[in-house]
Design a protein around this ligand. Structure first.
Ligand code: A1S
Ligand code: SAM
Length: 216
């Protein structure tokens, strides 16, 4: 199951978010070698880890197996502050119904299967429950076939460019019932992946029936 953690329910997750920063350091600094994120303290945390950040954590038997995060585009965010040139063609999408998606990871021993698919499905499920139209993201181009296979529609915001030795682009990913349906089918998921209640707002807590008959 995927747990949604934000400022409202963070106290219920003890030190899970702190632990996720350490895992992010192992994955993004040590494994991916994104050296500009290294603060030398074993914790990977940037300006987009704030009280406004919504964290998604895959928790398996009390252990973090993966995660990602969303940050409001109504604030300065990674695309607007660090990578605006990647959105030179279509501009930077901003609004209350668009969030920026980043730091997607699966811990090594959980790779190659269900955790990845659950984390992908969690994005669509959360987005549909919370009225998001889309998420923006800056990603290496090898994500495009992954998005396609999962049924996510991506609108490129500009031309790809090299970042840290990797071809990287910005895109707007649609939140849509058909994407949730497809990712569930491809991932062999039989229903909602978001963990039921954790003290957050009503929309995230209670499963609902989407207007197109989809069980969220
Ligand atoms: C990005 C921002 C997001 C918000 C979008 O047969 P393989 O091993 O070649 O199959 C692989 C590759 O096709 C591809 N892939 C994974 N990592 C790649 C890389 N660094 N460069 C090029 N292609 C890569 O995905 C296939 C499956 O990968 P996997 O690791 O066996 O399994 P899984 O469970 O799908 O996990 C994929 C991720 C990317 C989540 C996992 O490898 C991971 O956590 N990597 C480190 C963190 C990371 O790079 N995150 C993306 C940046 S945020
Ligand atoms: N969208 C990605 C993510 O999910 O975190 C980051 C963008 S790009 C694929 C990877 C590059 O962005 C790496 O060189 C990484 O060091 C850099 N990067 C990630 N977060 C950053 C930040 N807050 N400030 C500056 N560079 C950052």
């Amino acid at each position: 199951m995927i747990h949604v953690v934000d400022a409202i329910n963070r106290h219920k997750y003890g030190d899970m978010i702190e632990r996720s920063y350490r895992i992010r350091h192992e994955i993004f600094v040590d494994e991916r070698k994104w050296q500009n994120l290294d603060r030398g303290n074993g914790i990977e945390q940037d300006s987009y880890d704030t009280a406004d950040t919504v964290y998604f954590l895959a928790i398996e038997n009390g252990r973090i197996a993966g995660g990602h995060r969303l940050f409001p585009t109504t604030r300065s965010h990674m695309l607007s502050e660090v990578f605006p040139h990647l959105a030179a063609e279509r501009g930077i999408p901003q609004g209350p119904d668009i969030m920026e998606w980043s730091r997607f990871f699966v811990v090594k021993e959980f790779r190659g299967g269900r955790v990845n698919m659950e984390l992908m499905a969690a994005l669509q499920e959360y987005g549909l429950r919370n009225g998001l139209q889309a998420v923006s993201a800056v990603f290496e181009t090898w994500w495009l076939p992954r998005f396609h296979e999962a049924g996510f529609r991506v609108q490129p915001l500009g031309l790809p460019d090299e970042v840290d030795g990797a071809m990287t682009m910005a895109g707007l990913i649609e939140i849509a019932p058909q994407a949730l349906r497809k990712v569930r089918t491809v991932g062999g998921l039989t229903g909602p992946v978001l963990a039921p209640l954790d003290g957050r707002d009503r929309s995230t807590r209670e499963p609902v029936q989407h207007s197109e008959g989809l069980h969220l």
